[in-house]
Structure formats: structure tokens, C-alpha cells
Design a protein around this ligand. Structure first.
Ligand code: F6P
Length: 363
């Protein structure tokens, strides 16, 4: 399709801004700076080992692998991607501060730059355990308004806003093509990076998630730690046509949440990383502020649904920057069903031979 038939990300943002005559352009400038970080990361991911970018990040001073606040080994590309996000966004005067999966504390805008009204929260490279095996990874971001004192240093408390307060959210997916998915609270749009022009071109207008699905994603190796509602849901899916759902299901697990979210946006499905009993100190695997909330906002803006299983995820008030949470998202009817199983009295729980005394997954 000729370029004149497509919008660029810049054009899309300018046309959106015309709806808000009072808007000063700071928001657009922020999204374009985030998009620049994503283009730089896309390039680094594509260079991979050619640029010596695979493998763990080694601290120059100690010559040992470094870990982030989550205790996870940082990859070279985690550290580089975090740096790209900071460098492309700190100077513009649109931000009051930033927070990232890779930084224990909020990032203060250096004193030589002006400060603005937004907060940027990001996971610079989600699914990074997949980098060295060349599977799709992505960057996730969330934009909030800073309600703290203007021009003051940001505090952790400034970021602890429920997901429903997000002004915008998006992710870039570094797959066979690089895509940027964005919501500014009026539906979801998708852009594909034209590698020759270096521009994100609008390719997916008004993305809608089908309400029903026959595809689910979960890390089944955790099944013995799942709570009964999740055991019931999965058992019913696995029972297929002969079970209570009376239809066959298919399973996928990429272990790269941003890639699973993208599959669900494009063709439906349900993703679960629920709260479980594996490690009582971790109420779930995914992080609320920079993984669950932005993806949840996008999913709901595309007509899907997001939940912790127990409550509406976007209404949860965070208690710390790196808080983890159980997450279920995707096709609305399926997520509603899982929520209803969490509300159902225990007696209603479906007893599958899979979870019985001699079953595959013992209850
Ligand atoms: O940090 C989150 C993440 O990398 C997600 O992208 C992914 O869904 C999940 O962890 C994979 O978890 P597991 O290693 O348990 O499959």
C-alpha cells in the first residue's frame, strides 16, 4: 500500500489531539519519545549476537552477573533497553519521573532538564529470558498523571495509582515485524514499523478481541500450586468435547507475556498467571504497575476483560512499585467464567479425573 494511504504514528497522535483543543502537545511528544526508545530497542534486538548483545549483563566492577530488584538475572538487552527508555525520555520536560522493572527506586529527572506532568512506568524488555533463544520479546509502558507537587522529586507513592487512572498504555512487540500497540483510552490501534522509513505506520485500526475463544495460555508446570477455581477451569478445558464445556480447547505458552497479549488481541484467547501457593511471598508472577496494568488497560479497551480472578484488576490500588499480582485476561466471556468460578461455593467445583486421587494433577 502506498505511504499516502496510511497514517504514521505522528499523524495519528496529531489527529487524536484535535479532539482536545486544550491539549498542549506534551502527551504527543512523550508518546513519540517512547516510540523512539522502542525503535532503538527493536534495532538492538534485531542485531542480537552480531552486536554481542545476547547473554547476561556483567557488572564491570565486580565481573559478576547482575540481578534486578526482583532477584532476576539481568540480560545485556534488559540493561540497554532500560537505558534507551531513560535517555529518550528524561530531557523533554514532559515527565515528572519514571519507574522501571529494572530500577529499584523511581528515576528522578536530572536537574538540568525541566519537569512535566506525566509519569512513565515501563518494563523495558518483557520476556527477556527468551532473548537468547530468539523468541519474540517486547517493551510495555504505562502513562499516568503525576498528582504530586510540581517540580518536586517524585516519590514511590506518586506511582501507586490504580490501573483505571492510566492516561495511555502500550507495548512494542519485537517479532517477525516490530509493532507498536497503543491505547489513549479510545480503543486500541496497532502500528507496524516500516524498517526502511523508520516510521510506525497505522496497520491495525480499532482492534477488537472476540468475546469467545477456545484457546488458553497458562504455565501448566505450576498446576499443583493453583487455587481450585483455576484447577476447575483448566480441567474443564482439557476435558474438551466430552467435558462440561462440550468443545475442544487449544493451549499456547510462549513465556513472553507481551507476545501472548498480542496473540489474544489479534485472535482472542485467555491468559492466566494466577495467584498460586508456590511461594507465599509472591502473590502472583507478573508485576502490577508495568505489566498487568498497561496490558489490562489495552485488553479492556479492545473489548476484552482483565481480572485478578478475585477482583477487577484495574481497580486494585498498588501498595508498592514492584508489587506482583495474579492476572487473568483476554476474551471477555472466558474471563467472566473464571471470575464466576472464584465466586462459586467450593461445592460447585467441577471434579475432573485429572485432579482426582489418582489424577494427573492431584488436588
Ligand atoms: O516477567 C514476566 C514474564 O517474563 C512474562 O513475560 C511471562 O509470561 C512470564 O514471565 C513467564 O513465566 P514462566 O517462566 O513461569 O513461564
Amino acid at each position: 500500500m502506498p505511504i499516502t494511504k496510511r497514517s504514521t504514528l505522528t499523524q495519528y497522535l496529531i489527529e487524536e489531539r484535535r479532539r482536545y483543543p486544550g491539549a498542549d502537545g506534551e502527551f504527543n511528544s512523550l508518546v513519540l519519545d517512547v516510540a523512539l526508545a522502542c525503535k532503538a530497542i527493536s534495532n538492538a534486538v534485531a542485531q542480537g549476537e552480531l552486536a554481542g548483545l545476547h547473554g547476561d549483563y556483567v557488572e564491570a566492577t565486580t565481573d559478576t552477573s547482575s540481578t534486578n530488584i526482583q532477584g532476576e538475572t539481568q540480560k545485556k538487552l534488559d540493561v540497554l533497553s532500560n537505558d534507551y527508555f531513560i535517555r529518550t525520555n528524561e530531557w523533554s520536560g514532559t515527565l515528572a519521573g519514571m519507574a522501571s522493572e529494572e530500577m529499584e527506586h523511581p528515576y528522578q529527572i536530572p536537574s538540568q532538564y525541566p519537569r512535566g506532568k506525566y509519569l512513565l512506568v515501563f518494563d523495558p524488555l518483557d520476556g527477556s529470558s527468551n532473548i537468547d533463544v530468539n523468541v519474540s520479546v517486547g517493551s510495555i509502558f504505562s502513562i499516568l498523571r503525576c498528582t504530586g507537587t510540581q517540580n518536586a522529586d517524585v516519590k514511590e507513592a506518586d506511582f501507586l495509582q490504580p490501573g483505571s487512572k492510566q492516561v495511555a498504555a502500550g507495548y512494542a512487540l519485537y517479532g517477525p515485524t516490530t509493532m507498536l500497540i497503543l491505547t489513549v483510552g479510545r480503543g486500541v490501534v496497532g502500528f507496524t514499523l516500516d524498517p526502511v522509513l523508520g516510521e510506525f505506520m497505522l496497520t491495525h485500526e480499532d482492534i477488537q478481541i472476540p468475546a469467545d475463544t477456545q484457546e488458553f495460555a497458562i504455565n501448566a508446570s505450576n498446576s499443583r500450586f493453583w487455587e481450585p477455581p483455576i484447577k476447575r477451569y483448566i480441567a474443564e478445558c482439557l476435558a474438551g468435547k466430552t467435558g462440561p464445556r462440550e468443545k475442544e480447547f487449544n493451549m499456547r505458552w510462549i513465556a513472553s507475556m507481551v507476545a501472548e497479549a498480542h496473540r489474544i488481541l489479534i485472535r482472542g484467547g485467555v491468559f492466566m498467571y494466577p495467584r498460586d501457593t508456590k511461594d507465599p511471598s509472591k502473590p502472583g508472577r507478573l508485576r502490577l504497575l508495568y505489566e498487568a496494568n498497561p496490558i489490562g488497560f489495552i485488553i479492556e479497551q479492545a473489548g476484552g476483560r482483565v481480572s485478578t480472578g478475585h477482583e477487577a484488576l484495574l481497580e486494585v490500588t498498588p501498595t508498592s512499585l514492584h508489587q506482583r499480582i495474579g492476572v487473568v485476561f483476554g476474551s471477555a466471556n472466558e474471563v467472566r467464567r473464571i471470575e464466576s468460578y472464584h465466586k462459586a461455593p467450593r461445592t460447585e467445583v467441577f471434579h475432573s479425573p485429572l485432579f482426582g486421587e489418582r489424577g494427573l494433577f492431584r488436588e
